[in-house]
Design a protein around this ligand. Structure first.
Ligand code: SF4
Length: 289
């Protein structure tokens, strides 16, 4: 698997002070374990089922648009680590307009996820080109910007970017923090810029062995996120992707962490612990598995 070590300067610094974060950055020989029985693409994102370059649809009401094939750091647990390099990335106006055309032809779509890779590796103007193209459609109620920048490169989240995103309307920011040590003062400022501009910000955490697989680690994270005014939204089981099985937490342990957290923290700071299962019509709460 060709997924090189890569991190921006901020992420490199954070890795020297936050051990759980460092484990998300450093390659591990176990990533090359060919016996984990998992596919590089369990969700079929390399299939061209939608027939539109750079656009993926798994659920009726939302689509994902690939805006980039790079990130501020290569997370070792990334779901797309085996396919990002060959991802269909929307770059030209024609490709973007084809995606817009697909959405118009599917009026049940109300939610567009701008993902990748990380959309915020693009300059502001490019980010806004994507946002504005979809926000202009009456049927679209939410444009989700999926970015780890507030955590791994908080300086990228400027007041100007936050204001521009807000002025487009419809933008929600989905980010990823996996441990309390990642919610640094810099990250808190970055999240505050988004929130103060009027953007809803929520966090999708990944449950990772050796990083955050304890009740205390999770509670510390949820409290830190709430102090930063970020809504803990989901905690995902590690996806069944090749090369990340050493991060996977056994289901019974995930259920235990979810149940204990629910008893010890208020609902506003309590995310749903879920699994994304290939072929399922929705995210499945771990207690149903
Ligand atoms: S920021 Fe997201 S897309 Fe990029 S490597 Fe990390 S998990 Fe993967």
């Amino acid at each position: 698997m060709d997924f090189p070590r890569h991190a921006c300067a901020y992420a490199e610094r954070l890795a020297t002070t936050c051990e759980p974060f460092r484990r998300q950055l450093e390659p591990d020989a176990r990533e090359l374990d060919g016996d984990d029985g998992c596919s590089a693409d369990p969700f079929g994102e390399q299939d061209d089922a939608a027939g539109t370059y750079g656009l993926k649809q798994r659920f009726p009401d939302r689509v994902l648009v690939m805006t980039s094939d790079s990130c501020f750091m290569n997370c070792r647990h990334c779901t797309r680590k085996g396919i990002l390099r060959d991802a269909e990335v929307v770059r030209t106006d024609e490709e973007l307009q084809n995606c817009v055309g697909y959405v118009k032809a599917h009026p049940q779509v109300r939610d567009v996820l701008l993902s990748g890779g990380d959309p915020l590796v693009l300059p502001d103007g490019e980010v806004l080109r994507f946002v504005e193209a979809f926000a202009a459609l009456d049927q679209i109620e939410v444009v989700r910007l999926c970015t780890r920048a507030p955590c791994v490169n908080p300086e990228r989240v400027t007041d100007g970017l936050a204001r521009s995103l807000r002025s487009c309307g419809k933008v929600w920011v989905n980010t990823q923090f996996n441990c309390a040590g990642e919610v640094t003062p810099d990250a808190t400022v970055a999240c505050g810029r988004l929130v103060d501009a009027g953007l809803p910000v929520s966090c999708q955490t990944v449950l990772l062995a050796g990083v955050n697989d304890s009740v205390e680690a999770m509670l510390d994270l949820f409290r830190a996120l709430q102090r930063a005014r970020v809504r803990p939204y989901y905690v995902f089981q590690c996806d069944p992707v090749a090369g990340i099985s050493h991060f996977r937490v056994p289901l019974e342990k995930a259920k235990m962490i979810a149940a204990e957290c629910a008893e010890r923290i208020g609902g506003l700071a309590l995310p749903r612990f879920v699994a994304d299962i290939p072929g399922a019509a929705r995210k499945i709460p771990v207690e149903e598995l």
